[in-house]
Write a protein that binds this ligand. Structure first.
Ligand code: PRX
Length: 633
């Protein structure tokens, strides 16, 4: 299907965009015609943002894997679907054609069925970046089981929370994983998590490292044993367009991470439409996204988007700096990658190692570069453009969210104009607005406001798992009648958008989202901690980093030791990815008389902008501020 949906000029973009806003049903109905449906829809769209209730392609039946696999067998059966590049460059890479991938998915789908997994059951996938992760995701979709992929860097406690919230019946995992020079015991984390998960009946373990982990009789099975002898075909489960395809947990301003729910029909259409347009892949192109399938970028732009589009997608097990900081560029040359998508944090970390690593590779195959996950600063943009793109490849800056399911605002290949640090124009079918403090739409040019979306798009979240009210309150209640993104943005005279960052209590560290409450809860599990407040502050490589102000019952005698304990709690509750960069012990937090922590002040202190703290007269104890400034790390 590649090319069919691709916009070919900026003029065409403008026409399509206007049509998509004027008549979304016609626009998306036409797009949806390009997919394979078991039964077509009765109605393209029904919606209201009050409940909220959004239904796309109502009455249609499909299976997304028929679109990602079966449909290609006749014309692209021998084309590569996945090129897997291992962590260690000395190890052999693996290639799966569409036919091979189809057969692996069907065999594993049959294995899942044999273990009693059926349509609607939740399956948690906690795996390294190996091809079997993609196979597991697609096998769930094949039989209508709902996958919930959990990034394999989360701790056992975070994993248990996600398994329990979804009441997962099965977990798919591996013995261990490779990450740079380290090897991590994945199955041990699963075993720990399962001590508090009553719903899990089956665990399937892929033998990645030959470690021989603990295997519990009657619960744990080897991947290679359960697939052995399984038929290489498996009838796709007919799914309603609005049946749940997957849950993916993400952090917000309050409480525990929530399970964002995506459905089959709309997600399929949105993932493929945006992929084909933004990356403009030709039939023979090789595309590579460096994300992990544990995050939404990996779901939409490693697995579903590229495969539905019949593209060859590279999947990489390792990290950008192992065995050296030239690893990304070496892989691009090795597999002649044409479209490359990574995160600003990776670019900044490689920049810090100097140009030599990148200059020793030709990178001639590259056509389009992508950036995703966080705002890209001017310096990183220019480095990426000059040293990687050799000033000939456009950079498409993809703004979107776990909740949006697919890219919302972005450049389109080399078709739309680009401007450093600007994500650009909304994709067809996306209707963004900027609102002011009062919730009024700002119409003028060159303005800044709260970024909201005014009407539905096919790949948007439908609910938060098990708690629809939470979905309503989080996204649809701040501004009546709008989906609120949580981001602030600017719009220039030409209508291009620049994303400034989160305006709520969400911190984006190296492109990973954390809620301040989530980290504070982890810190507060420490026996000696009375309370804590966490804010983000600018970091040259990570974008933002975590600064924790901690009040202890007894002032710690050995601060280094006390910090170590706090780090341990965060690692245990969430994982290493959420470790605070700075931990300052304080005797109190700046609170208003009603007991609310004034984070604005804490943010300024963490940023080192202490000369302009604003009004502190409403504080219960204004003296606290002096102590905080004095002790700043
Ligand atoms: O603040 C925005 C930032 O990441 C948030 C979404 O995070 P997550 O759900 O983990 O999805 C990340 C991958 C899409 C957004 O609310 N963000 C994402 N992409 C960009 C961005 N900020 C600026 N520019 C981007 N291109």
């Amino acid at each position: 299907m590649t090319n069919k949906l691709q916009i070919k000029s900026f003029e065409e973009y403008k026409e399509k965009y206007a049509l998509s806003i004027e008549n979304p049903e016609k626009f998306w109905g036409d797009v949806a015609e390009e997919f394979q449906w078991i039964k077509k829809w009765d109605k393209v769209l029904e919606w209201n943002f009050q409940e909220p209730k959004v239904e796309w392609f109502k009455g249609a039946k499909l299976n997304i894997t028929e679109n990602a696999l079966d449909r290609h067998l006749e014309t692209r059966g021998n084309k590569l679907a996945i090129i897997w590049e291992p962590n260690d460059p000395k190890q052999r890479f693996v290639r799966y054609t569409y036919r091979e991938l189809y057969e692996h998915v069907c065999q594993f789908a049959n294995a899942l069925k044999e273990k009693g997994i059926k349509k609607g059951d939740r399956v948690c996938i906690y795996m390294p970046m190996i091809p079997e992760l993609a196979v597991a995701v697609l096998a769930c979709a094949r039989i209508g089981a709902i996958h919930s992929v959990v990034f394999a860097g989360f701790s056992s406690s975070a994993l248990a929370d996600r398994i329990n919230d979804a009441e997962a019946k099965a977990v798919i995992t591996s013995d261990g994983l490779n990450r740079g020079a380290k090897q991590i015991p994945v199955k041990r984390v699963v075993d720990e998590a399962l001590e508090s998960c009553a719903s899990v009946e089956t665990v399937i373990v892929y033998d990645c490292l030959g470690w021989g982990p603990n295997m519990e009789e009657g619960r744990d099975y080897w991947w290679h044993e359960v697939v052995a002898g399984q038929p290489k075909s498996c009838a796709p489960e007919p799914m309603d367009a609005e049946d749940v395809l997957f849950i993916l947990y993400t952090s917000g301003s309050t409480g525990k991470p929530k399970g964002v729910v995506h459905t089959c029909g709309g997600y399929m259409v949105g993932a493929a439409y945006t992929f084909q347009n933004v990356y403009q892949c030709d039939e023979s192109d090789v595309y590579w996204c460096t994300a992990d399938v544990g995050w939404i970028t990996g779901h939409t732009y490693i697995v579903y988007g590229p495969l539905i589009s019949g593209t060859t997608s590279v999947m990489f097990e390792g990290i950008p700096t192992y065995p050296d900081p030239g690893r990304f560029w070496q892989i691009i040359d090795k597999h002649s990658v044409n479209q490359f998508l990574t995160a600003p944090t990776a670019i900044r970390s490689l920049m810090a190692h100097g140009e030599d690593h990148v200059l020793s590779y030709s990178l001639d195959s590259l056509k389009i570069l992508g950036s995703v996950g966080e705002p890209i600063n001017d310096e990183a943009w220019k480095w990426y453009h000059l040293h990687v793109g050799k000033e000939r490849c456009p950079i498409v800056d993809n703004w979107w969210q776990t909740e949006t399911g697919a890219i919302m605002i972005s450049g389109i290949g080399n078709i739309s104009p680009m401007k450093p640090t600007f994500a650009g124009y909304p994709l067809p079918g996306v209707n963004p607005v900027l609102l002011d403090q009062e919730g009024k739409e700002i119409q003028e040019a060159d303005v800044e406001g709260y970024l909201c979306i005014k009407s539905p798009w096919p790949s948007m979240l439908r609910t938060t798992y098990g708690d629809h009210e939470r979905c309503r309150v989080t996204y649809f209640s701040t501004y009546d009648g709008y989906y609120f993104t949580g981001d602030g943005a600017k719009r220039d005279q030409n209508g291009m958008y620049r994303i400034i960052g989160r305006v709520d209590d969400v911190i984006n560290v190296s492109g990973h989202r954390f809620g301040t409450a989530e980290i504070e809860n982890a810190i507060n599990t420490n026996d000696n901690v009375v309370e804590s407040a966490v804010v983000g502050f600018p970091h040259p490589v990570k974008g933002q980093s975590i600064y924790a102000f901690v009040v202890c019952e007894k002032a710690p005698e050995d601060e280094v030791h006390a910090r170590g304990e706090i780090v341990e709690s965060v690692v245990a509750e969430i994982g290493k990815i959420a470790i605070p960069e700075k931990i300052q012990f304080v005797s109190g937090l700046p609170k208003t008389r009603s007991g609310k922590i004034m984070r604005r002040i804490l943010r300024k202190i963490a940023e080192g902008e202490v000369s302009n703290l604003g009004d502190t007269s409403t504080l219960l104890d204004p003296n606290v501020v002096d102590e905080l400034i004095e002790g700043k790390l």
